[in-house]
Design a binder for this molecule. Structure first.
Ligand SMILES: N[C@@H](CCC(=O)N[C@@H](CS)C(=O)NCC(=O)O)C(=O)O
Length: 215
């Protein structure tokens, strides 16, 4: 257990889950502090002093450095533990391809689900985007979000007809974001992988079976 680090996170947060799975894949344990989003703890003076953007996850280093944003937290962990399995690639080519596919999974999948959920859920009125600024929901956008998620399923099904993992031959951070997006769509939008999307379903089944995916 590296007690120099503290991860602020929430069990209900799919972004926190992206970091939890990343750590579990590497077999790294660090102290965590729960930020209860249901109780609006992200707005508490104590947490705002740590992360003024009022978001989780946040990684705090031993010297007080605060790192927000999932890919930045991943980057720190990847570099700080070079002896652990790499999830962001080891060669220039692998690093670029993982970054490319992870970004597509985030933009086309994860962000599309986030948009659909945050513009629909009653408890998020006035909070259509997380962060320091309040935005009203746009209910009309939810239908488009559903189309975006449907396209994400179709596009990633096509991709996974050609490769075993999202970024190619090896499991990577791109798989973590894809898994988090699919589970978020199922939970938050009641949109599961459509029947007949066999490549995506087979990838999902094997990825969900990894012990780290329970994190
Ligand atoms: N871009 C940020 C997004 C973080 C984010 O949106 N976190 C959500 C939980 S999944 C949050 O903190 N929500 C607080 C709120 O809704 O007020 C990242 O990569 O960490």
């Amino acid at each position: 257990m590296n007690t120099d680090l503290t991860l602020y996170e929430s069990k209900a947060s799919p972004n926190s889950r992206r970091v939890r799975i990343f750590l579990a894949e590497k077999g790294i344990e660090i102290p965590t502090r729960t930020v209860d989003l249901g109780a609006k703890e992200q707005f508490s003076a104590e947490y705002v002093a740590i992360n003024p953007r009022m978001q989780v996850p946040t990684l705090v280093l031993g010297d007080g450095t605060v790192i927000g944003e999932v890919p930045a937290i991943w980057r720190y962990i990847e570099e700080a533990y070079p002896d652990k399995p790499a999830l962001l690639g080891t060669t220039p080519q692998a690093k670029a391809l993982i970054a490319m596919w992870e970004r597509r999974a985030e933009i086309d999948g994860f962000a599309a689900v986030m948009e659909g959920v945050r513009n629909a859920v009653a408890g998020l009125k006035g909070r259509a985007l997380s962060g320091p600024h309040a935005y009203e929901q746009i209910p009309e956008i939810v239908e488009r979000s559903k189309m975006r998620v449907a396209h994400f399923f179709a596009d990633f099904n096509e991709r996974l007809k050609t490769v075993p993992f999202v970024a190619g031959d090896a499991f990577s951070a791109a798989d973590i974001t894809t898994l988090a997006a699919i589970d978020f769509a199922a939970g938050g939008m009641k949109m599961g992988i459509p029947p007949g999307f066999d490549a995506l379903q087979a990838w999902y089944d094997k990825t969900s079976d990894r012990s780290a995916s329970k994190a």
